[in-house]
Design a protein around this ligand. Structure first.
Ligand code: HEM
Length: 260
C-alpha cells in the first residue's frame, strides 16, 4: 500500500509538473547515520522522562486532531532537509533574521504542529532544564505521531543526541523538493541527502496519505497506512540522522523558537 501510495504521489507530482526546476544538488555532504553520534536511549540518564513526555503530548494532540500528527511527520522531513535535523524550522523571525525557514513557501502556512513541540519542550524544561534539544523533540514527535496514527503498528526506537542549530534561512528551503519536481529531480533531491530511491518511496507513502495536493485520493485522518512498508521505520531513522549537529556545532535551546 505504501508503494501504491508513493506511486500516487509520484504520478501526482508528474501531473503537476509545470516546469523543470534545477535540482538542488551537491551542496551538503550526505549523512552517515552510523557515525553521526546518535544513540537510542540518549536521555535515559540525562532526562529519563523526556521521551515519555513527548509521547504523552503528541498522543493528546493527535487524539484531538489527527492532522497534527501528519504535520509532525512532515515537520521532521522539512527540518532535516534544510540545514540537517537541527530544529532550524522552528526558529521565529527576528529583526536580525527576518526571513527564517518557517516563513518560506513550503512551510508557510501549511506546516503545522509547532505548538505541540512548544508544549513538549515546556513540559520537559520543567523537569530537566537545558538538556533536551528541540531537534530531538521533533524526531521523537514524528516517531510518536507515526505510532498513534497507525494505532501502534509503527513502533520504533529513534536514536537521539542532536543539537539545535543557530541558522535558519528561507533561501535554504530550496532543498525541499516542490510538487512540480519530476521523478528524476525527486530522486536527486533525496540522493543529495544520502537517501535512496527506496527510502524516498517508503517515506513518500506517509506523505501521500497526509494532507496533500493529491488528497482527493486519500483521507486526511490517516497519515500512516495500517499496512505500511516495514522499511518506513528504517527510512525515518535514516532521515532523522541527516547532517545532525553535535559537539560545538549547536546548542540546546531553552525555547525552541529562538536561539539562546
Ligand atoms: C517526495 C517529495 C515530496 C513532496 C514534493 C512533498 C510535497 C508535499 C505537499 C505539497 C504537501 C501539501 C502541503 C499543504 O497542505 O499545502 C505535503 C504534505 C505532507 N507531506 Fe509531503 N512531500 C514530499 C515528501 C514527503 C516526505 C518524505 C514525508 C514524510 C516522511 C512527507 C510527509 C507529508 C505529510 C505527512 C503531509 C501532510 C501534512 C499535513 O497534513 O499537515 N512528505 N507534501
Amino acid at each position: 500500500m505504501a508503494r501504491n501510495a508513493a506511486a500516487v504521489l509520484i504520478s501526482c507530482a508528474l501531473l503537476l509538473a509545470a516546469a523543470c526546476q534545477p535540482a538542488a544538488a551537491g551542496y551538503y555532504k550526505p549523512p552517515n547515520p552510523d557515525t553521526c553520534g546518535l544513540k537510542v536511549g540518549y536521555y535515559l540518564a540525562k532526562c529519563p522522562a523526556a521521551e515519555k513526555i513527548v509521547k504523552l503530548v503528541v498522543g493528546a494532540a493527535v487524539r484531538q486532531n489527527p492532522g497534527i500528527g501528519a504535520g509532525l511527520i512532515r515537520m521532521l522531513f522539512h527540518d532535516c532537509f534544510v540545514e540537517g535535523c537541527d530544529a532550524s524550522v522552528l526558529l521565529d523571525p527576528t529583526s536580525a533574521n527576518p526571513r527564517p525557514e518557517k516563513l518560506a513557501a513550503p512551510n508557510n502556512p501549511s506546516l503545522r504542529g509547532f505548538e505541540v513541540i512548544d508544549a513538549a519542550k515546556a513540559a520537559i524544561e520543567k523537569v530537566c532544564p537545558g538538556v533536551v534539544s528541540c531537534a530531538d523533540i521533533i524526531a521523537f514527535a514524528a516517531r510518536d505521531a507515526s505510532y498513534f496514527l497507525s494505532n501502534g503498528r509503527v513502533d520504533f526506537d529513534i536514536p537521539a543526541g542532536r543539537l539545535d542549530g543557530r541558522v535558519s534561512l528561507e533561501s535554504r528551503t530550496n532543498f525541499l523538493p516542490p510538487p512540480t519536481f519530476v521523478l528524476s529531480q525527486l530522486i536527486d533531491s533525496f540522493r543529495v541527502k544520502g537517501l535512496s530511491t527506496d527510502d524516498m518511496v517508503v517515506l513518500s507513502g506517509a506523505h501521500t496519505v497526509g494532507r496533500s495536493h493529491c488528497s482527493s485520493f486519500v483521507p486526511d485522518r490517516l497519515a500512516v497506512p495500517s499496512n505500511i512498508d516495514p522499511k518506513y521505520e528504517a527510512a525515518m531513522v535514516k532521515m532523522a540522522s541527516i547532517e545532525v549537529k553535535t559537539g560545538s556545532a549547536g546548542e540546546v535551546r531553552s525555547n525552541c523558537r529562538v536561539v539562546n
